[in-house]
Design a protein around this ligand. Structure first.
Ligand SMILES: *Cc1c(COP(=O)(O)O)cnc(C)c1O
Length: 393
């Protein structure tokens, strides 16, 4: 490993000693859940009343309280974030054979949801400032690579219709939702926001997930709040909310005894026992976000002044939930990223890289893609740091 620090220490040694000395005990996982409230009481209530499955008051309560926190008119709770994205895409009208614009830098679910809907992801690059889709570059790309056909946008190369866009708020940091909304409107694209990582993050005072037709959250065990497994779709469109609810519950027509279904539906509704956990977690959401923000200040103290790279801090005009804390290695250190990751893991510090750009994954090698130099650069340099809420007392 090359010696780059003036005192003869390697980059990994400097990072590790700073982290251990100034952030403290970093053991455990990358992002572990914290159950410090009414979780046990509410889950026990489900077991004692027998309402553990697809009916129950905690689901309704969870949806109401989530909608209230986010500032949405409707929330529909489902089994996980991936199913939430899939369902949202189908409900906004994405059809088999369509293309959907997604960032090359995201967790794989953003692209899988498109494929599950029978469509093809069409990858675009992210911005080096927000780490999400940039609306100015998006407008330029759409204008040059796609053409309008009567009412639709067509990919000039594949000939397929491009019908929707799914930006993602990377690691909890809001990207330019309002700007993307304007582009989506201009070109007639449906707009689903992958806000899986950004519960508790705001841009211009508005919660993420509300700029598009629908916004999606995940409550997986490693997210800001967890329901075990879970997801939700928020929207201000009452008709869309009704369609989401209907499709998520097998598209069954309500009837006292008859089983009649008017579409191919999904079994995606969140079970009551998961929602019980969710109601308890939502009660602690402001505290959980505050913990992440103060964890960020701790990392600032530990790493703020070193020349090996920079901590990811919130972009101007946004308030981030700091779902995952991240350190961007200086350009020259990209070749050492894997050695740094291994050394940290060996020292008991649970770090991770960012996701491999989605346009390099086997299932998407044939998918259309813009050049994605920023996604590739970020992937080569970002080290995600331990981000459990319990790291803050
Ligand atoms: C976590 C996550 C999802 C999917 O969530 P699951 O609940 O794990 O299915 C989707 N998109 C992004 C960006 C995520 O981080």
């Amino acid at each position: 490993m090359s010696r780059i620090d003036t005192r003869g220490e390697s980059a990994a040694e400097v990072l590790i000693s700073r982290l251990l000395a100034r952030v403290g005990n970093l053991g455990g996982g990358l992002h572990e859940p914290l159950f410090a409230g009414n979780e046990r009481e509410y889950v026990t209530e489900c077991i004692e009343t027998g309402y553990v499955s697809s009916v129950g008051s905690f689901v309704t309560r969870f949806e109401k309280e989530l909608a209230l926190y986010v500032g949405a008119q409707h929330a529909v709770a489902v089994v996980n974030g991936t199913s939430a994205l899939h369902l949202a895409l189908v409900a906004v009208g994405v059809k088999p054979g369509d293309e959907v614009i997604v960032p090359a830098l995201s967790f794989v679910a953003t692209a899988s949801a498109v494929a599950l809907a029978g469509a093809t992801p069409h990858f675009v690059d992210v911005s080096s400032e927000t780490w999400g889709i940039d609306s100015t570059e998006l407008r330029a790309y759409v204008s040059s690579s796609l053409r309008r056909d009567d009412t639709r946008l067509i990919n000039k190369e594949s000939g397929r219709p491009v019908t929707a866009i799914v930006p993602m708020h990377t690691l909890g940091h809001p990207c330019d939702g309002e700007g993307i909304k304007a582009v989506a409107k201009e070109f007639g694209l449906a707009f689903v926001e992958d806000a899986a990582e950004s519960l508790g993050s705001f841009a211009g005072g508005r919660h993420t997930g509300l700029a598009g037709n629908a916004g999606v959250f995940s409550f997986n065990g490693n997210k800001t709040i967890t329901t075990g497994g879970g997801g939700a779709i928020v929207t201000n469109d009452a008709e869309l909310a009704a369609r989401l609810r209907h499709l998520s519950t097998t598209a069954k027509i309500p009837h006292r005894f008859e089983f009649d279904h008017d579409a191919v539906g999904y079994n995606y509704r969140m079970p009551n026992i998961n929602a019980a956990l969710g109601v308890a977690q939502l009660e602690q959401l402001p505290d959980l976000v505050e913990r992440q923000r103060s964890l960020h200040r701790k990392y600032e103290e530990a790493l703020g002044d070193i020349t090996l790279g920079s901590l990811r801090s919130e972009s101007p005009g946004t308030t981030s939930n700091y779902w995952l804390q991240a350190f961007l290695l200086a350009s020259g250190l990209a070749p050492q990223r894997d050695d740094i990751l291994k050394a940290c893991l060996d020292a008991g510090i649970p770090v991770r890289p960012l996701w491999r750009p989605l346009n390099t994954l086997t299932p998407y090698l044939q998918s259309p893609s813009a050049p994605t130099p920023v996604a590739e650069d970020l992937y080569s340099r970002v080290v995600c740091l331990p981000s459990s809420a319990s790291l803050v007392p």
